[in-house]
Design a protein around this ligand. Sequence first.
Ligand SMILES: N[C@@H](CCC(=O)N[C@@H](CS)C(=O)NCC(=O)O)C(=O)O
Length: 207
Amino acid sequence: MKLYEFAPTRSIRVRWTLQELGIDFEAVPVNLLAGEHHSPAFLKLNPAGKLPVLVDGDMVLTESIAIVLYLAEKYRDKGLMPADLQQRAQLMRWLLFTTTELEQPLWRMARHTRLYPEEKRLPAELALAREDFTEMASVLDEHMRGRQYVVGDTATIGDFVLAYTLDWATMAKVLDGFPRLEAYVDDMYARPRAPMRIEEAFASIER
Ligand SMILES: N[C@@H](CCC(=O)N[C@@H](CS)C(=O)NCC(=O)O)C(=O)O
């Protein structure tokens, strides 16, 4: 299996899942800062020009959530996806909540602070995205009261995706008001097979 990745990005979700599964894989670095994701060879793998990409035999799979779902299902015996249908439905719920309600405002913030060219950045949009994130983080915070994992009693792919996304929120300085969520992120990243945190990953490529 090959994982096309760039250390501080959403590819962390996939690396985390592979590491927790204990699977050997080949890491193929694609340097976004050097524009390697625009090369014709990479665009053949993912016409969207985005990471992560997983190649498993003949299959090329993009979209971080599709990839972690595929891996958890392929190695079902490792327990990263609940066996129970209703618990699986809850897992889907939180994966979708994480990507639509939490990640989207973070992505809007990133775009309006550094990704869009300066003339397209809208301070009002940035403020709205911050508000949207905070509102939905409160819902998650309430859900996490008394819980160690987002679904059930053991870690699942839902936790790897969520902890990475909340680490992103830490970097964006919008998690300060949520000590319970900050503690959850710390606990998840203290797992022996956890990947680097985003800040560390940035430092690793700047060296
Ligand atoms: N929905 C996609 C988003 C992928 C994505 O936007 N990846 C970023 C890195 S986190 C990327 O490759 N950006 C390069 C670009 O947009 O030019 C997923 O979850 O895999």
